[in-house]
Design a protein around this ligand. Structure first.
Ligand SMILES: [Zn+2]
Length: 379
């Protein structure tokens, strides 16, 4: 590693998008391979995950961490011999994560709550509120769509007092092209959703709830994170291209709203373009880092910076379930950011002083300014 990439080890990471960790019994029972893929097809998990570059590289990283043999059995044995609580603390410290925002809408029955995460992890933690999860919880209890959306508003305004921001996973439901449903469409959508039960997948209702969420976020001055780009196969990648968000980005009533495009892969250039022309748009490369090859992570950083201002680029870990994913994500965020910025110096885009400034912005200050603690009333 060069002196520049070593220097990045000392800049804390503001991890603005992640999820909580497993309760210990689930952590002990979980297969190692499942951490290294977005797939849940059992054949992929059993036969193909171990052939990905991410898996091969991570196995060597973990073997280095645990001083064990670089194979699945060696790593699994070494990690499970550790005290879970101590390992969580150690890996957060090694990752030099200085602030953590947790989206607790993912697997709430299997992962720590925000409160439990605060008890276990040596880092300040704030919550990000997932709009669709709140809507889904409220749906069975209201007889009219108006009452449902008012209840959602009340819940988000209350939760927003202690949250760092809101999050939308509408890319996983009906896609990022958000429509403005008529009252008639909305009423029918509500009735269908009530009758069907199960996971809420009715577009007019989801779109209407999202508009309501965005207006509240603008009111409260809270950023809204959008899942964009790849993820597990629950999403249709064609509808997860952030270019679909134009109706939201250009909505006159949302002019002050800050939108954070999460992940972005493979639409990194599109996201960088949006960040370059719309003041409220920011982009993040979490999940792209560390789930892809080293070449892809560097390419993503280069592509984000084709157009995006440095002050709008963020890297989260999007880690969940096991503390090792936080460590791997933070490690490769710093390494690939270091090499990508060194390249900008060689190209003559930045001076080495400017590259140092850029590293600090991307790892810490961009997020710290986007999610100011003064905007929230901490408990
Ligand atoms: Zn996530």
């Amino acid at each position: 590693m060069t002196a520049f990439t070593t220097m990045l080890e000392h800049i804390p990471l503001y991890d603005h998008h992640a999820h909580a960790l497993y309760h210990e019994p689930l952590w002990r029972a979980a297969p190692l391979g499942a951490y290294f893929t977005e797939a849940y097809d059992p054949v992929i998990l059993e036969h193909f995950v171990s052939d990905t570059l991410f898996y091969r590289r991570s196995l060597r990283d973990l073997a280095e961490l645990y001083s064990c043999e670089p194979n699945q059995e060696g790593v699994q044995q070494a990690r499970l011999s550790r005290d879970y609580a101590a390992l969580c603390t150690e890996l957060f410290q090694r990752s030099n994560i200085g602030h953590l925002l947790i989206d607790d809408g993912f697997w709430p029955d299997r992962l720590w709550t925000v409160e439990q995460s605060r008890e276990h992890l040596p880092v300040p933690i704030r919550r990000v509120v997932r709009s669709e999860t709140e809507l889904q919880e409220l749906l069975p209890f209201y007889d009219s769509v108006g009452a449902l959306l008012d209840a959602l508003e009340e819940r988000l305004r209350e939760a927003g007092k202690n949250a760092a921001g809101f999050k939308s996973i509408i890319a996983y439901r009906t896609g990022l092209e958000i429509s403005r449903p008529t009252a008639h469409e909305l009423e029918h959508s509500f009735q269908r959703a009530r009758k069907q039960g199960g996971k809420l997948l009715d577009k007019p209702l989801l779109d209407a709830a999202l508009w309501r969420t965005l207006r509240i976020a603008a009111d409260l001055d809270l950023p809204v994170q959008f899942h964009t780009g790849y993820g597990d196969p629950d999403l249709d990648l064609r509808l997860a291209d952030p270019l679909n968000l134009r109706s939201v980005i250009e909505a006159p009533e949302l002019r002050t709203l800050k939108l954070v495009l999460l992940h972005c892969y493979p639409f990194v250039r599109e996201a960088g373009y949006l960040a370059s022309v719309y003041s409220g748009v920011y982009l993040d490369l979490g999940l792209t880092i560390p789930y892809t090859s080293v070449a892809a992570m560097k390419t993503a950083l280069h592509e984000a910076l084709h157009l995006s201002p440095i002050s709008k680029l963020l890297i989260s870990t999007d880690a969940q379930r096991t503390p090792e994913l936080f460590w791997l994500a933070a490690r490769w965020a710093r390494r690939t950011l270091g090499t990508a910025l060194e390249q900008t110096v060689q190209d003559g885009d930045l001076t080495s002083i400017e590259a140092e400034w850029a590293a600090e912005r991307v790892l810490w200050s961009n997020a710290a300014e986007l999610y100011p603690e003064t905007a929230t009333k901490s408990p």
